[in-house]
Write a protein that binds this ligand. Structure first.
Ligand code: F3S
Length: 759
């Protein structure tokens, strides 16, 4: 294990550290004295303090040292802007940025890409220059979808990666624990802070038997979603094991290498922290095919730790027999509503789902393997041989430039075009709603079928009436030929051009390209040797990007006589605090996006959203406007919140905005933990009522003193309330600050603290 094996073919000095990982594991093993699951092995081998770390699945918070960070272009903007404010010369851990989310599908790959490069020029220029400056690998627009690029280049067995995108778990296809996180977490790891994760529970999925015919790996996860539902994986890692993870399927076609990735990718749909497959020969073959034989060999020497221990116990166990597994279609509107193909036509009819299939879409990060494309093309070719083309509109989104170039060379792409397909850019496109769809009007009920992963209302085309279903690429192609949801290719016949009936042949395709992968155009920008002279490009007049200045340190004083900006009633999610939708355009511009701060929260005083009284003028105005007025007048303010304040996605803007607009504390009945931590990171005070009933004692017009000088670990925090009429009274607050986090507050933020330490 002493060998120096590079993590990938792009970076000269980042190595796989199996030696350190095995040493950490030995320490943890001696302490726990029980067999470990593979998921645990990956996490515990990356502990910051294997000796002292408390370890209880589902209970303790692990402090981890991930091997890598990856960001997509939408989330990378604020992450890098924050990182820059720490004043460090380069990222502390290997990081890459991938331009995939901002490319809209209109007419086809090349033109759509050229248009996107033009529209998003300032964002791409910023990311490219910041990556060059801070030693980050930059994948240009057109390179492909983040998860496919990670799989092709960066994932390695036993590694730990965090990525600012929910489908980061895709890299589990190569035995890596890859976890989707918010931007704040990515910044921590870039800046060398340990990364915190609640020790996940482990759900075991035992695969037995062998797949055949029309059943595809996608059906495994469609079935798992059916069993576990969209919430069933929350707080857990899904660990696949058993003979079905190894075996080539009965037809000899599925090598279950890349298909692992499809299954792990869509584990995000059941809320799982991530999903993993044990290292096997199929992964070795894929590593070899992607020019990483040395990593494959190194992994073989560490193989006993790249799978579960004998007797490892799971918190929950599911068994799936692949021999009996039917092809499934999941949806509409939710990925866990699974219907086997044999019942689909009938179910669609019963539920009144629009029968005509308007569009079939294959590819995306979920299903872009060479094998996926080859199988899909084999079905399209079968149809063409019978004189048929797609009846539905049909699109192909290659996951990467490498996949696109390889299937262009090997003919599958031409088959899709002959079939009537439009080949879109190597990017997220319709999967993330970047789709200028023209064939139906907004509000018109219609059905679409994709090989993607997520099908929530409006996700693909912004039309709430679109019934979006997810399935394998094979079924997408087959149903696109028939143009209807009521077609079952396993038993329904089609009519060829002469009116003769025929049954489509079951799909076939090579797992790996016989002639190797064609890398296509070079779309990677490595950091230059001389980074000092690189200027990060942010126009001072930009409305999409703004350089962040470090927040001010605490003034060392108690904060007296503060107004309550809003006393929020009921649910206040991160979406209420920092709304998405059109605001996402400003995600790299803190001042502009702050105009959405708390505009969704309900003011207890009047039951309305975004209408609060300005304590200095008594006028009612929008929440951000009042906050700005206080800030301009040098007045700090607080928010009073209800239960589980800040639940929802871990959006860092929800913590950055109140800090930017001059807030000092958020005082609630309780917090969603991630938001609470995010607030601490930005130098704010998340505090809770020691007696939750005290929430009711506070009136929106009261003034607040916070005795910040008394902030100490484990000690209650005192708030003095000055009612408009009546005597001041004290309320006891609680907090969860530890020593290190108190330093964040004192220094103004976690990043300021990091910067100070680095100086
Ligand atoms: Fe992109 Fe869709 Fe995957 S948005 S990262 S292709 S889930």
């Amino acid at each position: 294990l002493d060998r120096k094996v590079r993590q990938n073919n792009w970076e000269e000095s980042n190595f796989i550290n199996y030696k350190k990982m095995s040493e950490n594991l030995a320490i943890v093993r001696a302490r726990l004295n029980r067999p470990l699951t593979f998921a645990e092995k990956i996490l515990y081998s990356h502990l910051d303090d294997p000796h002292g770390q408390e370890i209880e699945r589902g209970v303790s918070y692990l402090r981890l040292r991930p091997d890598r960070v990856a960001c997509q272009d939408a989330t990378a903007q604020m992450a890098i802007l924050q990182f820059m404010s720490a004043g460090m010369p380069s990222v502390a851990n290997p990081t890459t940025v991938h331009c995939d989310h901002l490319i809209e599908a209109q007419i086809g790959g090349a033109k759509d890409l050229a248009r996107a490069i033009n529209i998003n020029k300032e964002v791409y220029d910023f990311l490219a220059s910041a990556c060059a400056k801070y030693n980050i690998g930059f994948w240009k627009p057109g390179s492909g979808i983040i998860h496919q690029i990670l799989l092709e280049n960066y994932a390695f067995p036993g590694g730990l990666l965090i990525g600012t995108d929910s489908h980061t778990p895709n890299a589990g296809g190569l035995g890596m624990a890859a976890i989707g996180v918010g931007g704040a977490d990515a910044v921590d790891v870039m800046a060398n802070l340990p990364w915190e994760l609640k020790a996940p529970k482990v759900i075991g999925v035992k695969l037995t038997g062998q797949m055949s015919g029309w059943t595809a790996p996608k059906d495994i996860i469609l079935k798992v979603a059916d069993i576990l539902t969209v919430k069933g994986g929350t707080g857990a890692i899904v660990e696949y094991h058993g003979p079905g993870t190894e075996t080539i399927s009965a037809t000899g076609m599925f090598w279950l290498t890349y298909p692992h990735a499809t299954i792990c990718n869509m584990g995000a749909e059941i809320g799982a922290t991530t999903s993993v497959f044990p290292f096997n020969d199929r992964m070795y073959d894929y590593l070899a095919a992607t020019k990483r034989t040395e990593i494959g060999d190194f992994a073989r020497s560490y193989a006993q730790e790249l799978r579960e221990d004998k007797g490892a116990e799971y918190d929950q166990l599911i068994e799936i027999n692949l021999t009996e597994l039917e092809p499934h279609i999941n949806g509409p509107f939710t990925p866990d509503l699974a219907t086997p193909i044999s019942k689909f036509a009938e179910t669609a009819k019963k539920n009144g789902w629009p029968e005509e299939l308007k569009v079939g879409l294959i590819g995306s990060c979920t299903n872009s393997s060479y094998e996926d494309m080859s199988r899909a093309a084999s079905i399209a070719r079968d149809a063409l041989n019978h004189g048929l083309k797609a009846k539905s509109l049909f699109t192909v989104t290659p996951g990467s430039e490498q996949v696109r170039a390889t299937i262009a060379r090997d003919g599958q792409l031409q088959t899709f075009e002959e079939f009537g397909g439009v080949v879109l850019a190597n990017a997220c496109g319709p999967c993330i709603g970047q789709w200028d769809r023209q064939d139906v009007k907004k509000g018109e009920a219609n059905s679409i079928l994709s090989s993607y992963n997520r099908n929530f209302t409006g996700r693909n085309d912004g039309n709430p009436a679109t019934h979006s279903f997810v399935t394998s690429p094979d079924l997408v192609v087959a149903l696109s030929i028939a143009g209807t949801l009521s077609f079952n290719p396993l038993k329904d016949k089609l009519k060829d051009k002469d009116g003769n009936e025929f049954l489509l042949a079951a799909p076939t395709g090579n797992a790996l390209p016989e002639r190797g992968y064609d890398p296509g155009e070079n779309t990677y920008q490595a950091p230059p040797a001389d980074r000092a002279s690189v200027q990060v490009q942010v126009s001072p007049t930009s409305d999409r990007l703004q350089v962040l200045s470090p927040f001010n340190a605490w003034d060392g004083k108690d904060a007296l006589d503060m107004p309550i900006l809003i006393k929020a009633k009921g649910k206040t999610t991160t979406d209420h605090i920092s709304m998405a939708g059109p605001w996402l355009k400003y995600r790299g511009h803190l001042d502009n996006i702050s105009n959405n701060m708390l505009i969704g929260a309900i003011n207890e005083a009047n039951g309305e959203a975004n209408k609060v009284k300005n304590a200095t003028t008594s006028d009612f105005d929008a929440v951000p406007a009042v906050a700005r007025d206080y800030k301009a007048k040098g007045i700090k303010w607080v928010v009073i919140g209800d239960w589980n304040y800040g639940e929802g996605s871990s959006r860092e803007h929800a913590a950055l905005e109140p800090r930017h607009l001059g807030g000092l504390a958020i005082i609630t009945r309780s917090f969603a933990r991630i938001h609470e931590t995010n607030l601490k990171k930005q130098g704010m005070l998340p505090l809770t009522f020691s007696d939750p009933a005290d929430y009711d004692k506070i009136k929106p017009d009261d003034r607040i003193d916070l005795l910040c000088t008394g902030l100490a670990v484990g000690k209650p925090f005192t708030m003095v309330v000055h009612p408009k009429d009546g005597k001041p009274f004290e309320v006891q607050l609680s907090h969860t600050f530890n020593e290190a986090q108190i330093e964040w507050f004192k220094n103004g933020s976690a990043l300021n603290t990091m910067a100070k330490a680095n100086k």
